[in-house]
Design a protein around this ligand. Structure first.
Ligand code: TYD
Length: 194
């Protein structure tokens, strides 16, 4: 079973991925805990772009870089794990590309680059932009290119279009109220995993 967690920066998908994987491991059985961008060769280049490094490729290359990273991720990790009968839980997948990269490339073009296998279940951890910004600021450290109010507002609107699109093509998306406590969010997610 292939599970995906999605949401804006600051929504808490990383914490929830960790918690979900721990709970699934407790049930017994193998769990691949993973994320995109990956720690692989393409993912490393992507992180340089996200940090706004001058020597990195321009942001215009991101739709292709994320798609390349995803192809690599599927081949190296996701497909073999699914074949072994493992749970795969990914912190972000192509829904992120459809939402974030549609800021610079038309959605149909981003979708065409992302004709990859669909997850069995996607959780959208829903947190308002204002709250995401509060959490990002509180976390401290350098801001990445998308971690700004104007960008996050556009990405939030894009996610709405993307979730409607994937639901139309038969995917299951479960929206979780991400403003609850981390424990409550976790409980809601776990309760929906078959
Ligand atoms: P994030 O999950 O925030 O990683 P980290 O916690 O290590 O910073 O992901 C990094 C950023 O990449 C985030 O702003 C979302 C963005 N992103 C895309 O723009 N497109 C994609 O396809 C993916 C997977 C992520």
């Amino acid at each position: 079973m292939f599970l995906v967690l999605e949401g804006l920066d600051g929504a808490g998908t990383t914490t929830q991925t960790e918690r979900l994987c721990a709970a699934l491991r407790d049930r017994g059985g193998e769990v691949l805990e993973t994320r995109e961008p990956t720690d692989g060769p393409v993912g490393r280049i992507i992180r340089e772009v996200l940090r706004g490094d001058d020597r990195a490729p321009t942001v215009e290359t991101l739709p292709w870089l994320f798609a390349a990273d995803r192809a690599d991720h599927l081949t190296r990790k996701v497909e073999p794990a699914l074949k072994r009968g493992s749970y795969v839980v990914s912190d972000r997948y192509y829904h992120s590309s459809l939402a974030y990269q549609s800021l610079t490339l038309p959605l149909e073009q981003v979708a065409a680059l992302n004709a990859f296998r669909s997850p069995h279940l996607t959780f959208f951890v829903d947190v308002p932009v204002e709250e995401c910004l509060r959490r990002i600021t509180k976390r401290g450290g350098e801001l990445e290119i998308y971690e700004r109010k104007d960008k996050l507002e556009r990405i939030a609107a894009a996610y709405e279009r993307v979730l409607a699109l994937v639901e139309q093509r038969g995917e299951t998306v479960i929206r979780i109220d991400g403003t609850q406590s981390p424990a409550q969010v976790h409980k809601a997610i776990l309760a929906a995993v078959p």
